[in-house]
Design a protein around this ligand. Structure first.
Ligand SMILES: Nc1nc2c(ncn2[C@@H]2O[C@H](COP(=O)(O)OP(=O)(O)OP(=O)(O)O)[C@@H](O)[C@H]2O)c(=O)[nH]1
Ligand SMILES: [Mg+2]
Length: 308
C-alpha cells in the first residue's frame, strides 16, 4: 500500500539518517575501496546498533563480493550492501493461528518495552481482519497495568478478563482461556508483567502460565511474542537471549522504530537470533502496528528523500 509505505519511510527517517545515509556517504566520498573504507563502514554499522557480529559479517561479505565481482568503484558497493541487508532481513514470517477454536498469544518482555500498547494495537488489527478478540490482564503486578489494558479494551471495543492486583497471573490466564472457549473468541491476547527480577522467577511464572493455557487448548499458546524496544539498541539482543531461555519465544515485536536512529538493531536480531521479527511498532496509536515485511522495510530504509 502506497500510503503505508510512505508512512513507514517517514517513520524510519532517523534510522535512515543515522545509518544508511552515512554508509552511502562514505561510498560516494571515498575514491577507492581500501582498508580505511572497510573500517569506517564497520564503525558506522556498530554505532548504528547493527550488532558487532552482524557488522563484521556484513563487511566480510562485502569484501568477498568486491573480490569476486572485481569491483573498484565504491559507488558500486551501494548495491551490494543493499543486497546483503535484504538477505539479512530475510523472508516475511506471519503470525500463527489455531486451525480451529481460539488462538492464544502470550505477550512477554521487560518493563516498558510496549507490551500493553502492542496488545491494544494488535486487538484493533485483528478486529480489522474480522476476528473477535479478548484480552487478559496477566500483568497483575500493579493496578495501573490492569487499568491501562482496560483503557485499550474500551478504545478498541474488546473485553478484558482481569482479577485484582496481586492475583496469580496463571489464574487470570485460566479464566481468560475458559472465557475465550465459551464465548468462541478467535484470538486471546494475554498481557504479562515485565518486572520479574531474575531469570528463575521469569521462567517459573511464564512456564506456569503456559502450562495452564496448554492444558485448556491443545497447541496453545500459538505464539509467544517477545516485545523489544528498538530504542534500547544492543540491549534488545540481550533480552532475546534471556527470554529464549525463559520461554519458547516464537516471534518478536520490535516497537518504537519511529523516532529512533537505532533501527539497525533489526538486522542484528534477524541475523543473530533464530526468532523472526513478526510485527513492528511505529507509533503510539492503534494503527501503528504492522506486520514486518522485509522487502517493504528495505525499500523504506533505502528510499531517497526526494522519492515517494
Ligand atoms: N513511539 C512509540 N511509542 C511506543 C510504541 N509502543 C509503545 N510505545 C510507548 O511506550 C510506552 C510503554 O508502553 P507500554 O505498552 O506501557 O509498555 P509495557 O511493556 O506494557 O510496560 P510495563 O507494563 O510497564 O512492563 C508507552 O508510553 C507507549 O505509548 C511505538 O511503537 N512507538
Ligand atoms: Mg504493560
Amino acid at each position: 500500500m502506497a500510503g503505508f509505505f510512505s508512512k513507514l519511510k517517514d517513520k524510519l527517517t532517523k534510522t535512515r539518517e543515522g545509518f544508511v545515509d552515512k554508509v552511502e556517504q562514505i561510498f560516494s566520498r571515498t575514491g577507492k575501496i581500501d582498508e580505511e573504507l572497510y573500517e569506517e563502514l564497520e564503525d558506522i554499522l556498530i554505532q548504528a546498533d547493527v550488532g558487532v557480529n552482524t557488522s563484521l559479517e556484513l563487511v566480510e561479505k562485502l569484501r568477498q563480493a568486491v573480490k569476486e565481482r572485481k569491483l573498484s568503484d565504491p559507488e558500486m558497493l551501494r548495491e551490494v550492501m543493499q543486497e546483503q541487508i535484504r538477505e539479512i532481513l530475510g523472508e516475511q514470517s506471519s503470525l500463527n493461528f489455531a486451525p480451529s477454536g481460539p488462538t492464544v498469544y502470550l505477550i512477554v518482555g521487560v518493563n516498558g518495552v510496549g507490551k500493553t500498547t502492542t496488545i491494544g494495537k494488535l486487538a484493533k488489527n485483528l478486529q480489522n481482519q474480522n476476528k473477535s478478540v479478548l484480552l487478559a490482564a496477566g500483568d497483575t503486578f500493579r493496578a495501573a497495568a490492569i487499568d491501562q489494558l482496560e483503557i485499550w479494551g474500551q478504545r478498541v471495543g474488546v473485553d478484558v478478563i482481569k482479577q485484582a492486583e496481586g492475583a496469580d497471573p496463571a489464574a487470570v490466564a485460566f479464566d481468560a482461556v475458559k472465557a475465550a472457549k465459551s464465548r468462541k473468541i478467535d484470538v486471546l491476547l494475554i498481557d504479562t508483567a515485565g518486572r520479574l527480577h531474575n531469570k528463575i522467577n521469569l521462567m517459573k511464572e511464564l512456564s506456569k502460565i503456559k502450562k495452564v493455557i496448554e492444558r485448556e487448548i491443545e497447541g496453545a499458546p500459538h505464539e509467544v511474542l517477545l516485545v523489544l524496544d528498538a530504542t534500547t539498541g544492543q540491549n534488545a539482543l540481550q533480552q532475546v537471549k534471556l527470554f529464549q531461555e525463559a520461554a519458547d519465544v516464537t516471534g518478536i515485536v520490535l516497537t518504537k522504530l519511529d523516532g529512533t536512529a537505532k533501527g539497525g538493531v533489526i538486522l542484528g536480531i534477524q541475523n543473530e537470533s533464530q526468532i523472526p521479527v513478526k510485527l513492528i511498532g511505529v507509533g503510539e496509536t492503534a494503527d501503528d502496528l504492522k506486520p514486518f515485511d522485509p522487502e517493504e522495510f528495505a525499500q523504506a530504509l533505502f528510499a531517497r528523500n526526494e522519492e515517494g
